[in-house]
Design a protein around this ligand. Structure first.
Ligand code: UD1
Ligand code: UDP
Length: 413
């Protein structure tokens, strides 16, 4: 491949391992970078892995670091209540610039589409460091959806030297934008690596509210946090939830509420005294995905949940107007329901009353990964630094006939 990593051999006797700085700041980046960090750390003869967190999130980041036993080498601790996009960008850019100057990495790995992602790539560019973008090539081609993530990933893609696209469709987006194919590696999504490590049939919930849930009744798992849904759209989502709970007495909703005070205030006003609604703090990743595995369906505006739920055979109603993850729509396990109250009530009602419609969506598919994404990323880095001759085998898109209908009596129902 053209423009391979700069040589890292210092003298004949002392060969310096490439230093890889893994940079992230929020919960989803941490979950999806963890498998990569563990994979690089398991190859200490090949790479020196350094973990730098901006801590754009604090508690929600720390939950993940603790679960995966990751201790950052540098923690910029930038989070503030009510932080603006400019605040995050400025603090992350400055802090990461200083971090790179002291760590002197041979390559910077960023993940996804947050403000930390973009600042991490820009700070690397300013120091002429190569950038690897994990979860590259996701697109809606709408500046406002999701906001600001669509532009964050575009801008990061322009700055990146290596693009780890989770799926063939994401790779095709990048090729259409002119990224040379030899710079793109189709790896699968690392979230599936994290999921497969974490979901277990016998999982016991520590949280008493979850431990006492009756999964014989139907549990709807809800999350929402997107900036474009703040205010009225979120109010409509909450009103739809209340209506559905009143109409279906056998349904429980579990809603781990994002730490953002804007969301908490709206929850407090719109969802007070709602029957069979369990509001809780953000759950640690293991509890969350094991809860998802036992839920009836998922209602969310999250990116990551759109990837995890299909793997577990859970229908997902996506609270957005557009998605950068079309694979689950194509597989029939996800539906874009938007944020209009009537549409949410109607679609939820349909899945709660029409068994055939439900079964059509409750199909376990893995368009997003096979659990080997981090291995492929490690192999691609070895190839880039001349430590390996061949490119990694791309993540193969699963053929449609591999779909496995989720059985009604399976452990995760
Ligand atoms: C951020 C990302 C978004 C990602 C989401 C994952 C940007 C612009 N947004 O959005 O792409 O989908 O994370 O959840 O990068 N807070 C806490 N403790 C925490 C985390 C957040 O108190 O552990 C509160 C703080 O008051 C903070 C606010 O939440 O100011 C918002 O956090 P921020 O990272 O700005 O935005 P998110 O909506 O979390
Ligand atoms: N998640 C979690 N605890 C929760 C809610 C979500 O661990 O209480 C995980 C979830 O499994 C997924 C990720 O957080 O892997 C998604 O994060 P979020 O929705 O905040 O961000 P997005 O994916 O939309 O960027």
């Amino acid at each position: 491949m053209e423009g391979r990593g700069r040589p890292v051999a210092r003298t004949k006797k002392t060969v310096r391992r490439p230093v890889i700085a893994c940079v992230f700041g929020t919960r989803p980046e941490a979950i999806k970078m963890a498998p990569v960090i563990l994979e690089l750390a398991a190859a200490p003869m090949r790479f020196a892995c350094r973990v730098v967190v901006t801590a754009q999130h604090r508690e929600m980041l720390d939950q993940v670091l603790s679960l995966f036993h990751i201790r950052p080498d540098l923690d910029l601790n930038i989070m503030e209540e009510g932080q603006s996009l400019t605040d995050i960008t400025v603090r992350a850019l400055r802090g990461l610039g200083e971090a790179y100057a002291s760590l002197r990495p041979d390559l910077v790995l960023v993940h996804g589409d947050t403000t930390t992602t973009f600042a991490g790539a820009l700070a690397a560019f300013y120091q002429q460091l190569p950038v690897g973008h994990v979860e590259a090539g996701l697109r809606t081609y709408r500046k406002d959806a999701p906001f600001p993530e669509e532009m964050n990933r575009h801008l990061t893609g322009v700055l990146a030297d290596l693009h780890f696209a989770p799926t063939a469709a994401a790779a095709a987006n990048l090729e259409r934008e002119g990224v040379p194919p030899e710079r793109i590696f189709v790896t699968g999504n690392t979230v599936i690596d994290a999921l497969l490590r974490s979901v277990r049939p016998g999982f016991r919930f520590q949280d008493p509210a979850l431990a006492s849930l009756d999964f014989g009744r139907r549990v709807i798992l809800v999350t929402t946090h997107r900036r474009e849904n703040w205010g009225e759209p979120m109010r409509r989502i909450f009103r739809a939830l209340r209506e559905v709970l009143l109409a279906h007495p056998d349904v429980t909703v579990v809603f781990p509420v994002h730490k953002n005070p804007r969301i908490r205030q709206l929850v407090a006003t719109e969802l007070a005294q709602c029957p069979r609604l369990v509001l809780c703090e953000p759950l640690d990743y293991a509890s969350f995905v094991n809860l998802m595995a036992r839920a009836y369906l998922v209602l969310t505006d999250s990116g990551g949940l759109q990837e995890e739920a299909p793997s577990l055979g859970k229908p997902v109603l996506v609270l957005r107007e557009a998605t950068e993850r079309p694979e689950a729509l194509a597989a029939g396990t996800a539906v874009l329901v938007g944020t209009k109250k009537e549409n949410i009530v109607r679609e939820l009602g349909r899945l709660l009353t029409d068994e055939i419609a439900y079964q059509k969506m409750a199909t376990a598919v893995n368009p997003y990964g096979d659990g080997l994404a981090a291995v492929r990323i490690r192999q691609a880095l070895e190839f880039y630094f001349g430590l390996r001759k061949e490119r990694p085998q791309p993540f193969p898109a699963p053929p449609r006939e591999e779909k496995v209908a989720a059985r009604k009596d399976s452990w995760h129902r």
